[in-house]
Design a protein. Structure first.
Length: 365
């Protein structure tokens, strides 16, 4: 039997790894263990509760206001003993967080093979997203198994010279997650507050947007909402003080906007599904909205998710005020442009990515 140690630590990794953990737990050929770093705390625990996943090991490293050194050092130091004690045959990491990078590095130092879930996403720019582009490229250098969510991501890996026998197109496990979270009969007090109004759903948290770009985004959203009282906006604010402070300062008194604490993943996915429009710099929300058919304006200059731009569901608008205003106004005033975005096809998978990854882990030598 193969022993697989799944390591993750932030909200988005948990949302995309929990469906896989649940599938692996059912496989007789695999012994599955889960280690969370606790890079996030409340936002991670919310997800573990929804998916009923109970980690075997919790490194509990989060400190309020942690920087990249704090996260890296704390995880590296604690993982040495965990990996020695667990002695897994494979370590599975996800995506591009510092948790994923340091887990890969720790496994590499001990000669343990690494499987990379959501492999092959690239912008080719080390400063955007920062430090995620470095993290995922570094994981790609070491990984034995590259689980690419799309054929586009797989092609990028092959272009970098990865062994074709080790690159697998699986779909994105976020679509697996949405098979359990998105419900026709979803009810929530926020739906009552929205009423018949059109919902604008927004999030923002990226490091490269901290400071002036984030303030600019908030000023634009404020102006747009005051100009369109017929819209109702919901913004679940990330727990990072670098995001919360300007968000509450600039947007705190807009009557048709609710600033709320991070939503549990069920509420988040169902509100995305009901939104008229989404504004976000999140990676996962780009995929979710593209899969759900919710038109989405991406508040970034680059994206590693070009599939959704190609199908027409996502549009890159950056953080420039005029571009954001022009795009929102067009979608409000031009039903044909709006419908073209809404009808775009889902490029991120069929909701069975976890089974494909489990098949490979169970059967590959
Ligand atoms: C991290 C990831 C980013 C991912 C994001 C998802 C890195 C370098 N960044 O960024 O790729 O998109 O998670 O949200 O790995 N906090 C809490 N409670 C929580 C979570 C966060 O209080 O449950 C606060 C803490 O003050 C913490 C701060 O938020 O210091 C930032 O968290 P951190 O993990 O350092 O960075 P993120 O911006 O969340
Ligand atoms: N999400 C959530 N509650 C929220 C905001 C986001 O559950 O209040 C989910 C969202 O559906 C997506 C993931 O968190 O699955 C995205 O996380 P985030 O934007 O923090 O990180 P990224 O994907 O950009 O790394």
């Amino acid at each position: 039997m193969r022993k697989v140690l799944v390591i993750f630590g932030t909200r988005p990794e948990a949302i995309k790894m929990c469906p896989l953990v649940r599938v692996l737990n059912e496989r007789p050929g695999v012994e599955t263990r889960v280690c969370v770093t606790g890079q996030h705390r409340e936002m991670l625990d919310q997800v573990l509760e929804v998916f009923d996943v109970h980690p075997d090991v919790d490194l509990s490293i989060m400190q309020k206001g942690q920087d990249l050194f704090d996260i890296t050092l704390a995880i590296l130091q604690k993982l040495r003993d965990v990996l020695r004690a667990e002695a897994p045959d494979v370590v599975l990491v996800h995506g591009d967080t510092t948790t994923a990078f340091v887990a890969m590095l720790s496994a590499f130092y001990l000669g343990i093979p690494v499987g990379h879930v959501e492999a092959g996403l690239r912008t080719g720019r080390m400063d955007s997203p920062f430090p995620e582009e470095f993290n995922r490229q570094a994981i790609g250098l070491v990984a034995t198994y590259h689980f690419a969510p799309t054929s586009h991501a797989a092609e990028d890996l092959l272009r970098e010279g990865k062994d074709p026998a080790r690159v697998f197109v699986t779909g994105n496990t976020v679509v697996d997650a949405m098979r359990t979270t998105v419900r026709e009969d979803f009810s929530h007090p926020l739906l009552d507050w929205i009423g018949p109004r059109r919902l604008l759903f927004m999030t923002a948290h990226r490091r490269e947007n901290w400071g002036a770009p984030l303030s600019r985004i908030f000023q634009v959203v404020r102006a747009l909402l005051l100009a369109h009282p017929d819209l109702a906006a919901i913004y679940p604010v990330h727990m990072n003080p670098k995001v919360r402070e300007p968000a509450f300062e600039i947007l705190g008194d807009v009557p048709n906007l609710k600033l709320v604490d991070p939503l549990d993943v069920v509420a988040c996915h169902n509100l995305e599904a009901r939104a008229f429009l989404c504004l976000t710099d999140s990676g996962g929300i780009q995929e979710e909205c593209a899969a759900l058919g919710t038109p989405t304006l991406v508040l970034r200059e680059t994206t590693e998710r070009p599939e959704g731009v190609a199908t027409g569901n996502l549009r890159l608008v950056g953080t420039d005020a005029d571009r954001i205003i022009a795009a929102v106004t067009e979608l409000i005033e031009d039903p044909a442009a709006y419908q073209a975005m809404r009808n775009a096809q889902n490029p991120y998978g069929d909701g069975h990515a976890s089974e494909r990854i489990a098949d490979i882990l169970e059967n590959e030598a």
